[in-house]
Design a protein around this ligand. Structure first.
Ligand code: IPE
Ligand code: IPE
Ligand code: MG
Ligand code: MG
Length: 345
């Protein structure tokens, strides 16, 4: 990781982790050993093993809280004040993953079994519900850090609006599975909802807590939105060509569940055999997946998607420049943008 970014991350991550542990009852003061309710949350967060005993698992990249706190610093604020917002967004993100893994029939997440495969779908739904409410409680803690009440209320409203947009994006993603054709415009609207609005919220709330003016907050939000779009296109690429051992997610599921990811919809428009495979077949074995990947490669779907991700990333950087960020947060945000575009994890 580049210098400024790694220096900030080293300070941010313990602060966010301890804030989330306090809210999710996993810190020394509130932890209930092997609590069957909070334990499932702790398992998902990477703090407990399958037997709900404390353990260090893969907690994910934590890019959303890092982005939120960096935006606060780059907008001239004290990042410590934004820690509750960073924690709330990361909890909301993790809630969405618990439900997403049910919705997508995904057996693995971060190289571990998903909550629903261990405890069943009804309990996993309930775990996600609790995390959704806990995310709100986490955001309310902004008030304990001297953030003005009207800023807290504005943050809560944006948090809820974003949650609605996110679930709407998930709705579109699922309806696309059974639709033969989806165009790029519909796809962009879908990923804007399921992924980009939450990444946008990170930058927006960071700037808001810093006391930035409306124009600056808007540029930070637009920076986050385009970063989120680039991030999701890259996730689509990794969902097909990524290494399972590195991403921690099974590589074939996007194909077997007929996800209309960007490379797939690009190739569907151009290749009849692929259309026939996706429309007619209920086949989801290894041979099917290999044939689909071959056809995607033949149509040039991968370089097309890489180009689109690069365009979004460039657009993000243009908004970042317009937000007139201060150093050293500004450089760290550029490094984060660059790292996310080139990630293989
Ligand atoms: C996964 O997000 C869901 C998407 C929006 C692609 P991340 O790739 O940020 O997941 P973790 O938190 O690092 O595991
Ligand atoms: C990401 O969904 C968006 C949300 C979870 C809200 P995906 O289904 O595209 O992400 P992965 O590939 O499972 O992480
Ligand atoms: Mg999904
Ligand atoms: Mg998924």
């Amino acid at each position: 990781m580049a210098d400024e970014l790694s220096t900030f991350s080293a300070a941010f991550l313990p602060a966010v982790e301890s804030e989330m542990r306090a809210v999710l009852r996993a810190d020394g003061a509130t932890a209930v050993p092997a609590d069957p309710f909070y334990g499932m949350i702790h398992y998902h967060m990477g703090w407990a093993d399958e037997g709900l005993q404390p353990a260090g698992g893969d907690s994910g990249k934590r890019i959303r809280p890092i982005l939120c706190l960096l935006a606060c610093a780059a907008a001239g604020g004290d990042w410590r004040q934004a820690v509750p917002a960073a924690a709330a967004i990361e909890i909301l993100h993790n809630f969405s993953l618990v439900h997403d893994d049910i919705e997508d029939d995904s057996p693995t997440r971060r190289g571990r079994r998903t909550v629903w495969t261990l405890w069943g779908q009804p309990q996993a739904i309930n775990t996600g519900d609790a995390m959704f409410a806990l995310a709100h409680l986490a955001l309310g803690r902004l008030a304990d850090r001297g953030v003005p009440p009207d800023t807290v209320v504005r943050a809560l409203r944006r948090f809820d609006e974003t949650s609605v947009a996110l679930t709407r994006g998930q709705h579109a993603d699922m309806t696309f599975e059974t639709r033969a054709a989806v165009n790029v415009e519909e796809y962009v609207a879908m990923i804007t909802g399921k992924t980009a609005v939450l990444v946008a919220l990170c930058a927006e709330l960071g700037a808001l807590v810093a006391g930035a003016d409306d124009a600056q907050v808007d540029h930070f939000a637009a920076f986050g939105l385009n970063l989120g779009l680039a991030f999701q296109v890259q996730d689509d690429i990794l969902g097909i060509w990524g290494d399972e051992g590195v991403t921690g997610k099974s590589a074939a599921t996007d194909i077997t569940t007929r996800k209309k990811t960007l490379p797939v919809l690009y190739a569907l428009e151009r290749n009849e055999e692929l259309r026939a495979l996706y429309e007619a077949s209920t086949q989801d074995d290894g041979m099917f997946v290999r044939r689909v990947v071959t056809l995607l490669d033949e149509t040039g779907a991968r370089p097309y998607a890489v180009e689109r991700a690069t365009d979004y990333s460039d657009e993000a950087l243009a908004h970042l420049a317009a937000a007139r960020p201060v150093q050293p947060g500004a450089t760290a945000l550029q490094q984060l943008t660059d790292m996310l575009l080139r990630r293989d994890f």
